[in-house]
Design a protein around this ligand. Structure first.
Ligand code: ATP
Ligand code: MG
Length: 258
């Protein structure tokens, strides 16, 4: 964790080596609707960055650019030293495989068991033997503290358990970077703590950097090294969570109810 907030580098130049994700002046619209109007965001390696903001402000849209699931209208996106907008084919596949993405809706396959949901990715994207795959699945489920859930279907799990399976699936290929889209939304406070603590352990024990989108203040308090508030297409405050909370901006006061 670093005490100083990273600022973005000049356009065209790669970010410093210790920066894992850098977004520069990102603009993105759909039709006539401008969603992002110049977002700057820099995340240092090993840090857990949190992006907060109201519903529909473009948080999910922003994070999708990090792995090229959406393409910007203008601006630059850098991840792990490479410019994402220049990537295609194998290079983009490699970026996506080294990035764990916990999607907002969970995105588990309902017709597959928990183990099959995890195994599917290993079958497609690793050279592991069947036995090694089973071992990896067992490890991942143990890690999220759901060792018994492999044979069950997503419909048989609680909301918090599904989130944890989503997390297990996202870490199964041992990523360097994690993107969490609302990892705790809709969970009770105990489950929020469980999932948030897992996110912290991924950072502390495996050195995984992350960007997490969250509405959830408890989650943000547990995981955030840096916090960033998105409003009207721009990051209007960045810093420690406490600094962002205290920022003199009407939308931020409104969001935190202060
Ligand atoms: N693929 C798309 N095509 C058209 N419009 C889109 C697309 N994806 C997102 N949008 C629009 O972009 C805006 C921002 O959406 P986004 O999903 O990023 O919001 P969000 O901040 O993640 O909200 P929430 O907190 O509710 O998840 C919304 O108006 C949405 O309708
Ligand atoms: Mg969203």
């Amino acid at each position: 964790m670093n005490d100083q907030l990273q600022t973005v580098s000049a356009n065209g130049a790669p970010p410093p080596d210790d920066v894992i994700v850098e977004i520069r002046s990102l603009h993105k619209g759909f039709g006539t609707k401008q969603v992002l109007r110049g977002v700057d965001l820099s995340v240092r390696e090993g840090d857990s960055a949190v992006v907060m903001g109201g519903s529909g402000t473009g948080k999910s849209v922003l994070v999708k650019h990090v792995v090229g699931l959406l393409r910007q209208d203008s601006g630059e996106v850098w991840a792990m030293g490479h410019k994402v907008d220049d990537m295609d084919g194998d290079e983009l596949d490699r970026l996506r495989l080294s990035t764990g993405y916990v999607f907002q809706g969970g995105a588990l396959f309902d017709s597959m068991t928990v183990s099959e949901n995890l195994g599917f990715i290993l079958e497609r994207h690793s050279d592991l033997s069947k036995q090694e795959r089973s071992e990896r699945i067992r490890e991942a489920l143990n890690w999220v503290n759901l060792p018994e859930k492999g044979p069950q279907y997503p419909a048989e799990l609680s909301g918090g358990q599904k989130k944890r399976v989503g997390l297990a699936r996202a870490i199964i290929l041992e990523p360097d970077l994690m993107l969490y889209d609302e990892p705790t939304t809709g969970l009770d406070p105990i489950s929020v703590r469980t999932v948030s603590n897992l996110i912290v352990r991924l950072r502390d024990e495996r050195g995984i950097s992350s960007i997490a989108i969250t509405h959830d203040l408890l989650c943000a308090e547990i995981i955030a090294d840096t916090a960033h508030f998105l409003y009207d297409g721009e990051i209007v405050a960045s810093g420690k969570l406490d600094e962002v909370r205290k920022a003199d901006h009407p939308e931020i006061r409104n969001f935190f109810g202060d």
